[in-house]
Design a protein around this ligand. Sequence first.
Ligand code: HEC
Ligand code: HEC
Ligand code: HEC
Ligand code: HEC
Length: 440
Amino acid sequence: MMREGMWMRLARRSVQSLLLCLPMAAFAADVPKDAKHEGAASCASSLCHGSSRPLDAHGVLQNEYVTWSQFDPHSSAYRVLLNARSRQMAARLRIGPAEKAPQCLACHAEVVPAAQRSPRHQVSDGVACESCHGPSSKWLPTHHQSPAVTHADNLARGLAALERPAVRAETCTACHVGDATRYASHAMMAAGHPRLVFDLETYGELWRTSGGRQHYRRAPGNGADAPEIWIAGLVTATQRQLDLISQQAARGGMADFGVYACHSCHRDLRVAAFGGDTPVADPLAGAPGELRLQDGNARLLIVVAQSLGVATRDFTNAWTRAQSALNREPARAAAAVAGARAALVRLHAALGLQRWQTAEKQRVFDGLVRAARSDLFPDPAAAEQAAMGLVMLLAELDLDRARKAQIDQLFAMLRDDNAFDRARFSRILVQLDRKTVRPP
Ligand code: HEC
Ligand code: HEC
Ligand code: HEC
Ligand code: HEC
């Protein structure tokens, strides 16, 4: 898959030496209440998951610890809090050292109350095994004893069912979008935090093969396929966005700027003249001058639904009602956001969970290209979201190699929000169009 371009777009980090561990605030998880976090060191034996090379004996690679500690960005998530950028951010925000600030550790480490940590659990491990796989004290001693101990037994003891797209989506978006205990605010962005970008399928693949090393093997024909994972990500990310907004609406007053589309405010003052080559009404635009919500995921869901013949008016109406209430009538905002959340659930149900055949992949791909040419991805964040979906579908349709030059151009343009050019985005997509691929 031609995802290297996307890695290039992602900021590269500078890793510094690491430090101590400290007591933690709250950790929300729906696993056995008394389950403990045993720490990454508990998985690291060379006979367990710390083999230096992939092994074949137990169906899993067994080198996951080495892959994680050397190639997975999550193992440096805590160390990032010690770098110059974090120090500057923390100074501007006046929150003391970033590596001790609960609002940073919430996403950059495995935050667990003292009573649920075994002595081997280290905050300095960053986002470690149990951040995703769940606290292990109940399953760790026995989980390797297959076939006597089954996967179902492990799940019953609190192992997270990450093979299920919905569970995986909940896990990753808790940090990559935010949840009740984690929020990357506008103040953090203005102090220097990167704008959060996420696509479950694209980020999942980039991460699974960090530095060219596999974290796990894909079960061919067995696990969920790419479009299913993609849709689970779009739906869950949108839910999480709406939940963040309703938490803020419940507090009254104005929502944090960070829930709106960054480029609603951060753009130039020219009136948008570009209407794409077939201008159509933008279903999520709202009234002129309204602050748009972050709507990249929602825009993709709408295009997917329309391409598959699923009605979207219910969802777009509920969404624009919520957006307009947040802009003008804060007293109505909480109810309107709840309405959008309910409409999203209905849209998700109408999309169904059936596996896509080639015909569906083609229809959705063509729908995305049409939407892009009609200017329905009007800012760099929405365009980037669309690009990740398009490239996933090109790979699914086995056209990614034939389109490598255009894919590279696309991600090169998306590297810098300030260099984003709607007309150029549309032109690149015309060249990406699957119908213009010449047979080799
Ligand atoms: C809601 C979760 C969340 C919160 C809260 C959060 N971060 Fe992040 N942070 C991330 C994610 C996810 C990335 C990776 C960016 C990407 O590619 O989307 C990141 C990236 C970064 C980076 C850039 C990485 C690098 O290699 O330099 C820095 C620096 C950083 N965060 C510091 C902080 C600091 C300091 C705080 C607290 C003020 C903080 N973060 C709060 C999730 C969060
Ligand atoms: C960022 C989240 C995340 C982190 C951190 C993480 N994993 Fe995973 N891991 C996953 C996901 C997602 C899968 C795929 C699960 C599936 O599809 O069954 C996986 C798969 C695995 C598998 C293979 C399961 C199988 O049946 O093929 C093993 C073993 C594993 N991880 C061990 C570890 C260990 C050990 C660590 C820490 C050193 C770790 N993981 C850290 C998310 C994570
Ligand atoms: C506990 C919070 C947390 C969870 C859960 C989590 N991540 Fe992350 N993720 C982060 C942070 C923080 C960073 C930034 C780390 C850094 O810069 O070193 C990050 C970085 C990444 C990156 C690299 C992005 C970049 O800009 O370089 C990818 C890809 C990624 N995560 C994918 C995933 C996937 C897929 C999942 C779910 C299987 C997941 N993450 C779960 C917090 C989390
Ligand atoms: C409602 C309007 C609004 C929205 C939406 C908004 N911002 Fe801002 N942003 C501002 C204002 C106002 C400032 C302060 C400008 C100043 O200090 O001159 C600012 C400042 C910033 C700065 C610091 C710029 C500087 O010159 O120091 C960054 C970076 C930033 N915002 C990023 C973001 C990101 C990322 C998002 C989306 C998650 C976003 N903003 C959404 C209004 C907005």
